[in-house]
Design a protein around this ligand. Structure first.
Ligand code: 9MR
Length: 359
């Protein structure tokens, strides 16, 4: 049998058991009631400008999400145009939207190798500790008690640990060594002792040797942090899945089990399916993407119920994927659970199964 037939067959069988696909909210149940029934909160990364300019987008977010996270806004290059400036405009608008709609907001992200403004190149090794801790104190301090969980450190593991060493190069690693991670978590915990502090990263789920090495590197890091009693509460699995790549269900389940064994919770923080190499036919493409999401969430939820499941965007109308992974045939990317007209795709039904039922 051709591999694609198998993939679609397996997916078809899975979807058939859950009935027809229409809206997330079952007939007769309001979106809010459906949200309240969720065992695991569902959320999405949000572009706050579009919430205000596109009423259909805002309506979709209201209908489906119990959590939001800014796709940008809290990143250094948005927040820190200058060394002495903090511009909280975007996160303030997003948290106002979240509060008004009974949603919680995640904070993304305090320390990352990327999305840094030019001026950060001037930070000297002796200034780095102050710049890092000051940034965390100001940002977490502003939202203390209001943003209940933070991606404190984002993507600390290198692309390919076997070749590059375990930790990803960054201004923080260069100036402060690997201790920058511990420093960031301790500072965040001291600033808001009630916040859930998350380490967030991607690419643990494929059957490749690189993914296996990345799981090993992440586990080593988490064990070290745990041995040192660093206040870290969860691992965020981003879940930017590659459409043509099978999920290593066994490898991912065992990884989640080991992480959970360290006393850490699991969040799924940035789920989407990079579909530039999938077939053009919309139905086929959407089914393969839904299958990847199903396999990914199955591998995780078989072991532990995630604290939340968030996709990186909600509609194909607004997604980062074409920035890096535009399709050669010129068709739009379809990485997210709603299409560009905010209609639910097979992926939304899969998300619904995992958020409604829990694990
Ligand atoms: O989707 C985000 C895009 O709009 C930003 O320009 C980019 C740089 O800040 O970051 C994208 O989001 C990334 C996230 O912050 C971390 N994991 C990978 C995401 C996709 O690149």
């Amino acid at each position: 049998m051709h591999r694609r037939d198998f993939v679609l067959g397996a997916l078809g069988a899975g979807l058939a058991s859950t009935g027809s696909m229409s809206l997330l909210s079952p007939a007769g149940m309001s979106a809010n009631a459906a949200a309240a029934a969720n065992a695991v909160p569902y959320g999405a990364a949000i572009r706050v400008d579009n919430l205000e300019s596109d009423p259909d987008y805002a309506a979709a977010v209201r209908a489906y999400c119990q959590q939001v996270v800014g796709e940008g806004g809290l990143k250094w290059f948005d927040l820190r145009p200058d060394r002495s400036v903090f511009n909280f405009d975007q996160p303030d608008r997003l948290i106002a939207f979240a509060d008004a709609n009974g949603m919680t907001m995640r904070g993304h992200t305090l320390v990352w190798y990327a999305a840094l403004p030019e001026w950060t190149k001037e930070i000297t090794a002796s200034e780095a500790e102050f710049e890092l801790t000051h940034h965390i104190e100001v940002v977490v301090g502003r939202y203390r008690g209001r943003i209940p969980n933070w991606d404190v450190v984002n993507e600390p593991i290198s692309e390919d640990p076997a070749k590059e060493g375990a930790l990803r190069d960054s201004i923080w690693l260069q100036a402060l060594g690997k201790g920058y991670i511990e420093l960031a978590f301790r500072t965040a915990a001291a600033t808001d002792p009630g916040a859930q502090l998350v380490l967030n990263d991607f690419n643990f789920e494929k059957t490749t040797e690189v993914c296996r090495q990345r799981r090993v590197a992440m586990l080593d890091l988490l064990k070290e942090l745990s041995d040192r009693d660093v206040p870290i509460h969860a691992l965020g699995l981003q879940g930017h899945l590659t459409g043509e790549a099978e999920i290593d269900k066994e490898g991912l389940s065992r990884f989640v089990e080991e992480v959970n064994g360290l006393g850490l919770d699991i969040y799924v923080t940035e789920l989407d399916v990079i579909d530039n190499n999938l077939p053009a036919a919309q139905g086929v493409r959407d089914q393969i993407s839904a299958l990847r999401v199903r396999d990914y969430l199955t591998a995780i939820c078989d072991v532990v119920e995630p604290k939340a499941i968030l996709t990186w965007g909600i509609s194909d109308k607004y997604t980062w994927v074409p920035i890096w992974f535009k399709r050669r045939d010129g068709l739009l990317n379809r990485p997210l659970p709603l299409d560009e007209n905010f209609q639910p795709k097979a992926m939304m039904q899969v998300l619904q199964e995992f958020t409604r039922a829990g694990s």
